[in-house]
Every structure is written in structure tokens, then in C-alpha cells.
Write a protein that binds this ligand. Structure first.
Ligand SMILES: [Zn+2]
Ligand SMILES: [Zn+2]
Length: 343
């Protein structure tokens, strides 16, 4: 294992464990240094015992570099990496495990093209390692400028890139998509012909979250009724303990989701955990379909499905109502079916 690969894996592990303090900064700093120098220098410095003279390299980073270089000869995984692997496992209950085992793909994630931290290829390779059969890449739409949302031209370029990558990772499937903003009037932040071209469209509210309930209801109903929208992303927009959920009439919104064949996302991010249990129950009563997604912005976050699966298990969501328990072909058949026959 190269030192850089070892650091990338450490960052993945820290991220899946929600670490964001000193340790992450320290490893990120050292990783930047390693990425910028030629590998031979690291070997020389290991021999000379001068690794810690490099900017950002402390005791822990020096140990990881040393062990990674040794591992290139022994083939063993660096002991320090094994320790971090063990410390950062995402815990899961047996009830939630049933859902994790049933999921075949993840329908909501971001890459460096918008506000994610990893390349499409890194996200895909991680998903393959997790046993997924497919992912849907859903970077942000143009109006979300803070997240570097993709306009038409960049989305077309991304689709072309995905086409090339697809061949390298087959039989794994990469489906095209976007997390398209639901604008204030309920229209979508992308032209119809582009929405039509995408395999899976997640639509989410990211602006004016405090809109008055009646208006928000109209806005969401209009969006989920669009024939292009397949999944309603993080429906309340809440951030646990930080931002109150948006107010809307869940009966109208979820009845519309059920009628127009739009799945309700169960968002696995710990700061979102959206929908909250009481709304999940309403969506279930209306006969909605669901999609359990990570909304990952980095490779480690692709391991967060257990949180969404815990919500599904606690709410007794029937597994057959979760669209990403289906194969990629069955999912595509579902997204392209006319609203009335989407079951
Ligand atoms: Zn979002
Ligand atoms: Zn997202």
C-alpha cells in the first residue's frame, strides 16, 4: 500500500466515524505534503529518520508512512491503519442490517463536480467495495451556487465522463442523475430535456425553507408531480438541533408522492435523518415508495446507510416499498414508467 493510499483510507475511516477535529486536520495536512513530494523522498526519509521534518508530519503520520512503505514489501496492511479501521466501524442493529442487506444501490451522492470532496471514480470504487451494484450520481443543480451546482454544459460534460468510467467499472452500474433544486414556485432548476435524459432525478428544497406552510405545500406538490422527479430528497430540510423542519401539509405532499410515483427519500445523514418518524408514518399510510440514501459528500459517508436503515426499521417500512432494493434495471423501469403505473 502506498503512503498516499494509506492516508486516503484513514481519511475515509475518520469521515465515516464523523470525526472532524484535530486528528482529521493533522492527517489531511500530512496527506497534502505526501501528495506533493515524490515517493523516493519518503523512502529516503524513512531510512534517515527525518520524516517529521516534513511540514504537517507528526508522530502518527510518520508511523503511518513508515508502516505503509514496509507494507509495500510485506503485503500486510499497516497496523496503524488496522487500528483506525477497527475504531471507526459504523454500528448497526440486527433490524437495520436486514435493510442494509436488501439495498442494491445508493441513489443520492455528490462528487467534486459540486460540493463533494471525492472524484466520481473514488465514490464508485468505494461503493463497489461496499457491495453495491449501482450508484446514482446526483450533484447539485445550477441555482445552488454555494455548492458549485452544475449548469447544463457541465452536466453534459459530467454525463460524458460517466460514459467513459462506466466501461472501466462494469458490471457495476453508474446511473446519471442530479439533485435538482425545487425553486420557490415548485418548478425545477433544470431544463426538461436534460431532466428527461437523466436516469434518476432527486428533487430537494434548499432555499426559503421557512416559507409559509400553504405555499410550501403547493411548492412541494408541484415538484413531486413532475413526471421527471423520481425521489423527493430530505423532505423537511431539518438539521437536527440546528434548523427546524419546513412546514407543509404532509397529507397533500405524500398523497401526491404516492399518486405521481415519487419516492420519499429516507436521508441517512446524521444531521438530517429526514423524514422524522411522525412524517415517515404519514408517508407510509399514503402508500408511498421510499429510497434510503446516504447523500454522501465523501467516500466515508457512503457507509452511512445504517442510519437511514435504522429509521426504516423503526418505522416498519416494508422492504418491497424501497426502490433501491431493486436491481438497476428494475429501478430504471420504475423511474421511466408513467406515473399511474409506478408500483
Ligand atoms: Zn440536498
Ligand atoms: Zn444532496
Amino acid at each position: 500500500m502506498t503512503p498516499l493510499a494509506a492516508f486516503e483510507r484513514v481519511m475515509h475511516c475518520l469521515d465515516r466515524a464523523h470525526a472532524n477535529g484535530f486528528k482529521v486536520k493533522a492527517f489531511a495536512g500530512a496527506m497534502e505534503t505526501i501528495a506533493s513530494i515524490e515517493p523516493g523522498e519518503l523512502h529516503r526519509r524513512v531510512a534517515a529518520g527525518t520524516l517529521k521534518e516534513l511540514p504537517g508530519v507528526g508522530d502518527a503520520s510518520a508511523r503511518l508512512i513508515r508502516e505503509a512503505i514496509e507494507s509495500e514489501e510485506t503485503g500486510e496492511i499497516p497496523a496503524y491503519l488496522l487500528k483506525i479501521e477497527a475504531e471507526t466501524q459504523v454500528e448497526i442493529s440486527p433490524a437495520a442490517q436486514v435493510y442494509v442487506d436488501a439495498l442494491k444501490g445508493d441513489c443520492h451522492m455528490h462528487s467534486k463536480w459540486s460540493d463533494g470532496g471525492a472524484t466520481i471514480e473514488s465514490m464508485v470504487r468505494t461503493a463497489i467495495g461496499l457491495g453495491h451494484e449501482y450508484v446514482v450520481l446526483t450533484d447539485h443543480s445550477p441555482r445552488l451556487t454555494v455548492a458549485h451546482g452544475l449548469d447544463r454544459g457541465r452536466l453534459e460534460a459530467q454525463i460524458a465522463d460517466i460514459d467513459v468510467l462506466r466501461e472501466r467499472v462494469a458490471p457495476f452500474r453508474i446511473l446519471t442523475g442530479m439533485e435538482v433544486d425545487i425553486l420557490e414556485d415548485g418548478t425545477l432548476d433544470l431544463d426538461d430535456d436534460m431532466l428527461e435524459r437523466l436516469d434518476v432525478v432527486v428533487a430537494s428544497v434548499h432555499s426559503k425553507l421557512k416559507m409559509e406552510s400553504r405555499q410550501m405545500t403547493e411548492r412541494m406538490v408541484r415538484a413531486v408531480a413532475s413526471p421527471h422527479v423520481d425521489i423527493l430528497g430530505h423532505c423537511t430540510g431539518r438539521l437536527v438541533d440546528k434548523r427546524a423542519p419546513s412546514q407543509f401539509d404532509p397529507d397533500y405532499v405524500f398523497a401526491a408522492c404516492a399518486a405521481f410515483g415519487t419516492a420519499v427519500e429516507i436521508n441517512s445523514r446524521v444531521e438530517r435523518l429526514d423524514p422524522p418518524p411522525e412524517l415517515l408514518a404519514v408517508a407510509l399510510d399514503h402508500g408511498c415508495m421510499f429510497s434510503i440514501d446516504t447523500d454522501a459528500h465523501a467516500t466515508g459517508q457512503l457507509e452511512w446507510l445504517p442510519y437511514g436503515c435504522t429509521i426504516a426499521a423503526d418505522g416498519d417500512v416494508p422492504v418491497e416499498r424501497i426502490v433501491n432494493t431493486r436491481s438497476a434495471d428494475d429501478l430504471l423501469a420504475w423511474t421511466s414508467a408513467p406515473a399511474g403505473s409506478k408500483v
